[in-house]
Design a protein around this ligand. Structure first.
Ligand code: ZN
Length: 203
């Protein structure tokens, strides 16, 4: 038997490889998705391909909060109904989705796009800390809520930010305990997140 033989065409093999690169998709799931698409009408595959392309082509980062947006400033930053004196600092755009889902927070956000992680070589200049500090310069912000993930990297980032922001005379708070250590904000349920925001404490 030819040991180098892979019983799929190059096109199929290529798509399996691409799916396999996605988070949470192992080789088995990658195969399942590929063969599923092979069976679906071409029109549907086209819609999927276009949707994948358009998230890169049609979105950008808000120049104020660095959330993903189609308009700049984003709909949150440009909304007069929101409290422009509070900023909630999160690691990733999807954390905003989780927090907005609770409807408990009505201020603004700032997305760091990561957390400080010496082990992964992510330093203070690799995430959007400078941009946050620039936003705080205009004097309109009275409270910064640090909503980084409750894990080592998130804690290190929050501690670092507190040291930078506190001397500016701005109130710095952090989410209440209750989110299990090691979890990520985006996976927290609404009740836990609501309690975490309502019960936020001085850093
Ligand atoms: Zn924005």
């Amino acid at each position: 038997m030819d040991q180098g033989f892979i019983p799929v065409t190059e096109a199929i093999y290529k798509l399996i490889q691409e799916f396999n690169k996605l988070p949470g998709i192992g080789p088995k799931s990658a195969q399942r998705l590929t063969y599923h698409l092979l069976r679906t009408p071409e029109e549907q595959s086209k819609l999927l391909a276009e949707a994948i392309l358009s998230i890169k082509q049609k979105t950008k980062l808000c120049s104020v909060c660095f959330n993903v947006t189609e308009s700049d400033p984003c709909r949150i930053c440009s909304n007069d109904q929101r409290d422009h004196s509070q900023i909630c600092v999160v690691e990733q755009p999807q954390d905003i989705l989780a927090l907005e889902h609770t409807r408990i927070f009505n201020g603004l956000y700032h997305v760091l796009h990561g957390a400080i992680s010496p082990t992964e070589g992510i330093g203070t200049n690799d995430i959007k800390i400078k941009e946050l500090m620039e936003h705080l310069q205009d004097g309109s912000i009275t409270e910064v809520i640090l909503a980084t993930n409750p894990n080592l990297e998130g804690e290190a980032t929050a501690t670092y930010l507190n040291r930078l922001i506190s001397p500016l005379g701005i109130r710095v708070t952090r989410l209440a305990r209750g989110l299990p250590f090691g979890t990520e904000l985006e996976y927290a349920d609404d009740v836990t997140l609501t309690r975490a925001i309502e019960g936020r404490q001085e850093f």
